[in-house]
Ligand binder design. Structure first.
Ligand code: PGA
Length: 242
C-alpha cells in the first residue's frame, strides 16, 4: 500500500501564501510510491487545486456540514468540495470535537454524507491524556469508531487517523510502542466491524522531520497527518521524503 502523507494546515495561510507554497513545492520530486494530500483552509482550497494542476497532489477540506445544503451559515458544502476537484474531507478532528462540540453521532452523519458524494472521509480518533492515564485508550477508540463509522458504507473507502489529543500541537509525540498498540487496536476494531483490512491508518500528533523516520517504520502505520510541520516546505518535504 502507498504510504499517505497528509498536511492539515488548520487556520494558516491565505490564498496568496498557498499559491507561493505550491509554486515552490511543485519543483520538488518525491518517490512515486506515496500519496500526498493537502487540507488547506476552505477559502484556499480552490487556489491550492489550481496551483497544483497537473501534479499528483490530492486535496481535501478540513471540515464539512452534515447536510448537503440548507440554511447553515458559514458551513462548507460537500457539493462545493467535490465541484472544486477535492477528494477528501477531514472528519472528527479533535479540534472540531473539543472547540466545536462535535459528537460521535454528528461525525457519523458527516461520514455518511461525504461517502454518498463519492468523497473519501478521513476520520480522526484519539484519546485525551486523562483518558490514557486512566487506562481508557482502547475504550475511547472503540466508541469513536463504533459510533463514528456506524453509518459508513464498508464497500467505500475511508481513511483513519490516530491522533492522540495530548500529542496534537504539543510537541509531545507518542512513542513508537504507544502508536503501534493504538494502531493495532484500531485495526482489530475495524476488522470486527467488517471494514477491509487494507483501510489505511495514519498517525498524527507532533510529527516532525526528527521523529518521522522512526514512526514511519512502526507496524500498522500507513502514513502521517501533519499539522504544524506541514506549514513550511522545509519541514514537510523532509517528512514526505522519509
Ligand atoms: P500537529 O497537528 O502535527 O501540529 O500536532 C496534527 C493535527 O492536528 O492533525
Amino acid at each position: 500500500m502507498k504510504k499517505i502523507f497528509a498536511a492539515n494546515w488548520k487556520l494558516f495561510k491565505t490564498p496568496k501564501e498557498t499559491q507561493q507554497f505550491f509554486n515552490e513545492w511543485n519543483k520538488l520530486n518525491f518517490p512515486k510510491d506515496r500519496t500526498f494530500i493537502f487540507f488547506p483552509p476552505a477559502l484556499c482550497l480552490s487556489t491550492a487545486i489550481e496551483s497544483a494542476k497537473g501534479t499528483v497532489l490530492e486535496f481535501g477540506c478540513q471540515n464539512c456540514a452534515s447536510d448537503l445544503q440548507g440554511a447553515l451559515t458559514g458551513e462548507n458544502s460537500v457539493l462545493a468540495v467535490k465541484d472544486l476537484g477535492a477528494k477528501y474531507v477531514l472528519v472528527g478532528h479533535s479540534e472540531r470535537r473539543t472547540l466545536f462540540s462535535e459528537s460521535d453521532d454528528f461525525v457519523a452523519k458527516k461520514i455518511k454524507l461525504v461517502q454518498e458524494q463519492s468523497l473519501i472521509p478521513m476520520l480522526c480518533v484519539g484519546e485525551t491524556w486523562t483518558e490514557r492515564q486512566a487506562g481508557r485508550t482502547n475504550e475511547v477508540l472503540r466508541k469513536q469508531l463504533l459510533i463514528g463509522l456506524s453509518l459508513a458504507d464498508k464497500i467505500k473507502e475511508v481513511i483513519l487517523a490516530y491522533e492522540p489529543v495530548w500529542a496534537i500541537g504539543t510537541g509531545q509525540v507518542a512513542q513508537a510502542h504507544q502508536v503501534e498498540e493504538a494502531h493495532k487496536s484500531i485495526k482489530s476494531i475495524l476488522a470486527e466491524m467488517g471494514f477491509p483490512s487494507e483501510t489505511p491508518i495514519l498517525y498524527g500528533g507532533s510529527v516532525k522531520p526528527e521523529n518521522s523516520k522512526e514512526l514511519i517504520t512502526v507496524p500498522a502505520v500507513d502514513g502521517f497527518l501533519v499539522g504544524g510541520a506541514s506549514l513550511t516546505i522545509e519541514s514537510f518535504s523532509k517528512i514526505c521524503a522519509v
